[in-house]
Design a protein around this ligand. Structure first.
Ligand code: CIR
Length: 262
């Protein structure tokens, strides 16, 4: 069974963290409508959605991906690089605890889930403004007993590794070469984003379906030309918060269905 943890948008979304972007007015109602369409798409793709209420103290709480790295047998609770985001993981941990052994990244380590790409037993982790070497070392040590091998990748010019590139098939990365050192990505095929759509590298792969923001039509065409099945989802408002389509869910597989699931 495939689960997706999502979280409602905070009424304080406009106070979100911003690193590489200037603050722009955000239409929170529109953001909620777009998020609802995203969540429905997850349901349409067969995910059992666990939807958490927003946390008023955490403007960025909708970006659940950053709070945890879920592997086959362990959930590694992160220590997000932005201090304002450190309390977001508690509610996510409570959902995951019935399904996975819980481990955690501790100080001085910092790690955002948005910096972590898992492909089979291979983990690529971005060294970014949010994820430091101590966080990467802890992730490697916690994941090694389960057979995972961690490769650090330098990220520059964007928030997370997954802003620069994501898996669009088991062996294929959609990438913006300008933002990450993709020379380290040996063994993966690559598809470049359209040069006019630098943020299109953040796509969400569920089975053989690739979710991409609706606005990035030229990159969608590139993916379709490569034989991939693409679904557009609206993301204009959360994009103003430096959020993409991977950030708004934690997807994991488990054998049974707990009481919280709708
Ligand atoms: C932040 O700066 O932390 C949020 N405004 C955006 C987080 C986006 N998360 C992600 O890409 N995984």
């Amino acid at each position: 069974m495939r689960f997706a943890i999502v979280r409602e948008i905070s009424p304080r979304l406009s106070e979100c963290e911003l690193t590489h972007m200037d603050r722009e007015p955000i239409d929170v109602d529109r953001a909620r409508a777009q998020h609802a369409e995203y969540v429905q798409t997850l349901r349409d793709l067969g995910c059992h959605v666990i939807e958490l209420p927003a946390s008023e103290e955490h403007p960025d709480c909708v970006f659940v991906e950053d709070t945890v790295v879920v592997l086959d047998d362990v959930a590694i609770m992160t220590r997000p690089g932005a201090e304002s985001r450190r309390g977001e993981g508690e509610a996510i941990e409570a959902v995951l605890a019935p399904y996975r052994r819980i481990e955690r990244i501790v100080a001085p380590g910092t790690l955002d889930g948005g910096d972590v790409i898992v492909s089979g037993k291979r983990i690529l982790v971005g060294r970014s403004t949010r994820t430091n070497d101590a966080g990467i070392e802890q992730l490697a040590a916690l994941a090694a007993p389960s057979g995972y091998e961690v490769t650090p990748v330098d990220v520059t010019g964007c928030l997370h590794l997954k802003t620069a590139g994501t898996l669009v098939a088991e062996d294929t990365l959609l990438i913006n070469r300008g933002w990450a050192d993709f020379a380290s990505f040996n063994g993966f095929k690559t598809i470049d984003v359209d040069p006019g759509e630098p943020f299109a590298g953040c796509a969400l792969l569920i089975d053989d379906q690739v979710l991409v923001p609706k606005a990035f039509t030229a990159t969608q065409a590139r993916l379709e030309e490569a034989g991939l099945s693409v679904r557009g989802v609206p993301n204009s408002e959360l994009a103003k918060c430096e959020g993409g389509v991977t950030c708004c869910s934690v997807i994991f597989d488990a054998d049974w269905k707990p009481r919280l699931v709708d």
